[in-house]
Design a protein around this ligand. Structure first.
Ligand code: FES
Ligand SMILES: [Fe+2]
Length: 414
């Protein structure tokens, strides 16, 4: 797509309305996003327990790129393109454990830090130190391995500072994976995020979620009391029931729409200890907690990654664009690392988010089908969809800046 055409589309966009059709269906726009804006975002790539010891590695896909995630000899998590520096072969095809990586094509070997260790019969003039695997920015903290294709590593410094004490308190670094589910959604990634950021659809679409989460009574519609009732419930919970030792002090009754990362903490409500159907625990307490307080904490890096921590389990939410019309959502449920299988009830643990995400998949796929119609035109967001509207606004502003940069590049005379 020409930069000028993209700029024209952006300028035609009405503020507070859903996006013009090409943003959801154009291969050209997706290519532009993938090499620019999407490549600069941060994603959850794995839980720390998936790279247990030096030499453990994972093969993961991000934005059409095959990546190698590995724990090196020093214990650091690293990420590399799964592309040999000889003639470009994929090096690994599945997760595993090894001391060095050996390319199956001509046998070049790489150390766990990505440097080239040996390559037979190379001309003597070739400097082998320049032939290490291409790396990607990776950060690991709080039990989560975060990665990006082009992100600035120090952009996560403030996130680490804000998240680490809470993630540690709730036992996420020492957790183990109890269950994982993948949802391949036939819909553009922005339709997935637009859905994820609003609860306008909760009453019609998510009876289970509404029956569990008390805050829905206020957040799924414009509350007649301006949200005072929910604030009172949160205030009372913090005063009487909430675990006072948690590092997360703020009430988090509503997430501000314009922030890019943050934490929240609130009661599930309705006397529930956890997000199971009957509200009763599904696993032993996690981390440093000593009792159930029925709270749920959120740690989110917008727009693609979040972690939630409850008393007895945690969850990682990974959303990844996989094509112009395809998005993968991966949910991972975590329990205390010392917990045995006999102590956990996986079906009851995954019930709420499995049923809710399956409902969202159906909603988004219907949305995507409608958006492809020749009759589709943008529609207005309601006041309950503020976070969605803010996400779209930020997306457009940042695309606009990128398309201007691309436009001035194409205009440069060599
Ligand atoms: S392509 Fe990897 S060794 Fe030749
Ligand atoms: Fe939903």
């Amino acid at each position: 797509m020409q930069a000028s055409r993209l700029a024209e589309l952006i300028s035609r966009q009405r503020s507070g309305w859903s996006l013009e059709q090409p943003f959801y269906v154009s291969e050209d726009i997706y290519k532009f996003e993938r090499s620019g804006w999407l490549a600069g975002q941060w994603y959850i790539l794995a839980h720390s327990s998936e790279l247990r010891q030096p030499g453990y590695y994972l093969v993961r896909e991000l934005l059409g790129e095959s990546l190698l995630l590995v724990r090196d000899e020093q214990g650091n998590a690293r990420g590399f393109y799964n592309v040999c520096r000889h003639r470009g072969s994929r090096i690994c095809s599945q997760d595993g454990h090894r001391k060095v990586f050996v390319c199956p094509y001509h046998g070049w070997t790489y150390r766990l830090d990505g440097s080239l260790r040996s390559a037979a019969a190379l001309p003597i003039a070739i400097d082998q130190t320049t032939l290490g695997l291409h790396s990607i920015p990776v950060r690991e903290f709080g039990g989560v391995i975060w990665g990006s294709l082009k992100g600035e590593v120090h952009a996560l410094d403030a996130v680490q500072e804000a998240f680490e004490p809470g993630l540690r308190y709730y036992g996420i670094p020492s957790a183990r994976i109890a269950a994982r589910r993948r949802y391949s959604i036939e819909g553009n990634w922005k339709l997935v995020l637009e859905n994820f950021f609003e609860c306008y659809h909760c009453f019609p679409a998510h009876p289970e979620y509404c029956s569990v989460m008390k805050w829905v009574d206020w957040t799924a519609r414009e509350p007649a009391d301006g949200g005072v009732g929910w604030k009172e419930i949160v205030h009372k919970w913090f005063a009487e029931e909430a675990d006072p030792d948690s590092p997360l002090k703020e009430t988090g009754h509503a997430l501000p729409e314009d922030i890019l990362f943050g934490t929240s903490r609130m009661p599930i409500g309705n006397g529930r200890k956890t997000q199971s159907q009957d509200g009763n625990p599904v696993a032993p307490l996690m981390g440093q907690q000593r009792r159930f307080d029925g709270g749920v904490c959120g740690f989110f890096v917008r727009p693609f990654a979040s972690v939630s921590a409850l008393n007895d389990h945690g969850m990682m939410f990974q959303i990844t664009p996989t094509g112009v019309g395809d998005t993968e959502v991966v949910l991972t449920w975590l329990v205390d690392g010392a917990t045995s299988d006999a102590e956990i009830d996986v079906p009851r643990m995954i019930w709420l988010w499995d049923v809710t995400t399956s409902q969202d998949k159906a909603l988004i796929e219907r949305n995507a089908a409608g958006v492809r119609s020749r009759s589709y035109v943008p529609g207005p967001y309601s006041t309950v969809e503020r976070v969605t509207a803010q996400f779209v606004k930020r997306y457009l502003m940042e695309q606009s800046a990128l398309s201007e940069a691309m436009y001035s590049e194409t205009m440069q005379v060599p």
